[in-house]
Structure formats: C-alpha cells, structure tokens
Design a binder for this molecule. Structure first.
Ligand SMILES: [Zn+2]
Length: 409
C-alpha cells in the first residue's frame, strides 16, 4: 500500500480516537487512564499519547490519584478543563427566554432565564432579547474559556441544516430563518445550530438525566404543545430534515377539537396544558400559575381535579401505546407538564399500556419522569453546540490556531 494512503488512514484513526476519548470524559466526567482503556478499547500507550495532545492544548489535566486499592501504581485521573472550551446555549420557550454558558463536561458556568408573557413576539424583538441576555452573561468577551459554538432550542418545527423554523405556533412564527438571523445578530460566521426543544430535551436526558445508560429512549414533553425526541441505538433520530417527533399532531380523536396546526383531534388537544385546565374547569389559557394551582389541588385530593388529571392520563396512554408499538423504546421519559403529572397518572398509564400496546414491546418498556426539569432543552442546546467539537477535536488541537480564531474564522 502506498505510504501516503497509510498515512491518511492512520490520521483518520487518530482523529476518531481523539473523539472517543473526549466524548467519554465529556459524558462521564473525570476518569482514570485505566477506565479510558476499558471504555475505548485503546491501548495504554495510545491513550497516554492522545491525552498528551489534549493536555498540551489546555483542554485536559492529569492528576496522580492516591492508591486505588489495586496492586501496582495507581492510574492517573484525567479530567477536562471546563474552561477549555465553552458554548452558548439559548432557548425560546413558550413563556421564557433562557441562556447558559456551558463548559466542556457539561458544567453550567453562567445561567439566566427571563420570564415573558405568553403571546406572539416579533422575531426581531426575540433575537434582540436573546443577544441582550447572552451579553449580560458575558458572551463572548468576558467569559473564561474559549467559545466554540452556539446551540439553540426553539419550541417549533425546525430544519436542522440551517435552523429554518417552518412553524412555531406558540410564538406565532411561520417560515423564519432563525439560524441565519441569530448568526447575524451574534456576529458569528460559525454555524448557529438550532433544533426543536423536545429533540434537545431528549438529548440532554439521554446524556445527563433520567435516560443515562439507555440506548432506546422516547422523551415526551408536554406544555401547551406536545413534542417528542427519540434516541435510537444511542443516537438521536431527527428524520430527513429534523422534523421527526411531532407526536402532538398525531390524530387520536376524529371527534376532537380543532388544533393550532390546522387539523382536528390532534393528541395535544387531548393532553396538552389547555386540555388539562379545561377538563378541570379552569381557564385553558391560564398558563403556569393555573397549572401550579391545579397541581396543588390534585395533591390536596380534589376529586374533580383528580378526575381531570386521570382523563389526561388515559389519553396519554392511548398515544403512548401506539408509540410503543411503532418505536419499541426501552424507556419513556416524561418531561414538562407530563413529568409533573407522572405521580398522579402512573397507574392509569400502566393500565392503558397493558390494554392497548402489544405485549412484547409493552413488556420491556419503563416509564419515568424527566430529571433535568425545565432546563433540559437548554442543556440539550449546549450538547448540540459541542457536537462538532466532540466529533472531530483534532481540527481544534492545531497549536498554531487558538479556538477563538477557529470559532470566528
Ligand atoms: Zn395538530
């Protein structure tokens, strides 16, 4: 084989190995060299050499650990420097805007969420508000660490390739080139990666929350709308353009109510926040305050409220049973409103699944509430922004070019 082809191959292998090591540390935190050997399948000497490259670039540090109880010398502990690379995560939710600066390893270095009334905001106003929010956290000039990207979660249907929002009913948006507008506002020529909030909630719960260690996960999040994110074989499933997971618009009731998407009887018209409030005799547009009051009544044992919650639980079961049949997840994580309802509807849901799902996939699926709470999509946006770096850290390790220059190149 010609020498240059061999060289090319070994360079490809080196880049893949750097990526494997970085991913392990980013996901699992500090690990010993022996643990890295076990997790990556690489040799000790390969691990030592590759870690040396990261250490030289200021992304990792090694520490001799005290005796680990094994005979011989203890294996050095390797950890990422959170300031070695940082990302900006942004979120546009139904009734708040949020920004976080997150370091390598997932450490949140700065965070701010600002409530805003529900309703339709102009795109320009929202982009300006996000810029102000990020600036108040010190992005990009006053942060400690090298900026490597921006990730954005939006409550809408998003094309992944360019962050084009096809529709975001809760914001009143249609056909908005959000990725481009944010790149312009933040004066970055690097990509601003935008994705649907439920897809990013799934990513965060899988990497850092209730779904850690599971390979086949369905994350279903309910607020005003209902969305889902799917992890299949350990990888996010986004569909051809990123539109996958719009489970809220599965038609479950031909005699149901009109949906904001233009159809009738969609799942979210039966299980979304408005449906729950209406079933309990409250104003459907009441928002978070009304939901908090309703949940307090449920906790106090109000029969009418518990009946309303149970109705939502049954309709949830109808949809989830079909999703279990189609997708065969091993774990379903309920986020947002559904996570809060989980203790009240656990038994109803289980009974509905027993009735309506096929026995084989039903028998292996568990249901759990989300563990990252309201910030799951924001943390997922950070993971989205880290992705190019995790996939190919080699290009960032060229010593003659700093990360800051690369990010703005
Ligand atoms: Zn719909």
């Amino acid at each position: 084989m010609p020498r240059d082809v061999l060289g090319l191959r070994s360079e490809t292998v080196r880049r893949a190995n750097l990526s494997a090591i970085l991913r392990e540390l980013h996901t699992h935190g500090s690990l010993s060299r022996s643990e890295l050997v076990a997790r990556t399948g690489l040799t000790r000497s390969a691990i030592r050499g590759l870690i040396g490259e990261f250490v030289a670039a200021g992304l990792m540090a090694e520490r001799r650990s005290a005796s680990d109880g094994q005979p011989g010398r203890p294996s050095p502990q390797v950890r990422l420097d959170p300031g070695g690379g940082v990302v900006l995560a942004l979120e546009m939710a139904v009734d708040s805007l949020a920004a976080s600066i997150v370091g390598l390893g997932g450490e949140v270095l700065a965070h701010r969420r600002v409530d805003r009334p529900r309703g339709h905001f102009s795109v320009d106003e929202t982009v300006a508000d996000l810029l102000q929010l990020a600036t108040s956290l010190g992005w990009p000039d006053r942060i400690t660490g090298e900026p490597i990207g921006i990730g954005v979660a939006v409550v809408g249907v998003v094309r992944r390739s360019d962050g084009f929002v096809s529709i975001a009913p809760n914001l009143g948006w249609r056909d908005v080139p959000l990725g481009g507008l944010l790149a312009q506002a933040f004066a970055t020529t690097g990509p601003v990666r935008v994705a649907n909030d439920a897809d990013l909630g799934a990513l965060a719960e899988h990497r850092r929350g209730a779904a850690r260690g599971h390979e086949h996960v369905l994350f279903i999040s309910g607020e005003v709308g209902v969305g889902a994110g799917l992890i299949s074989g350990g990888h996010p499933l986004a569909g051809a353009a990123g539109f996958a997971g719009e489970v809220g618009h599965i038609r479950v009731n031909p005699n149901g109510a009109a949906c904001r998407c233009g159809s009738v009887g969609c799942w979210e018209t039966e299980v979304g926040e408005g449906a729950l409030l209406m079933r309990a005799g409250r104003a459907p547009g009441g928002g978070r305050k009304e939901v908090d009051a309703l949940l307090a009544d449920a906790l106090a044992g109000s029969p009418s409220v518990l009946r309303a919650v149970d109705d939502v639980g049954r309709w949830l079961g109808v949809g989830i049973a079909s999703l279990v049949n189609v997708l065969n997840p091993e774990l379903i994580v309920l986020g947002g409103l559904f996570g809060r309802l989980h203790p009240f509807i656990e038994r109803t849901l289980a009974a509905e699944l027993d009735r309506f799902a096929l026995a084989a996939p039903r028998g292996m699926v568990e249901i759990a509430p989300a563990s990252l709470d309201i910030d799951a999509p924001l943390l997922g946006a950070a993971e989205l922004a880290f992705e190019p770096f995790l996939a190919d850290p080699a290009q960032w390790l060229r010593s003659e070019v700093g990360l800051r220059e690369l990010a703005s190149a």
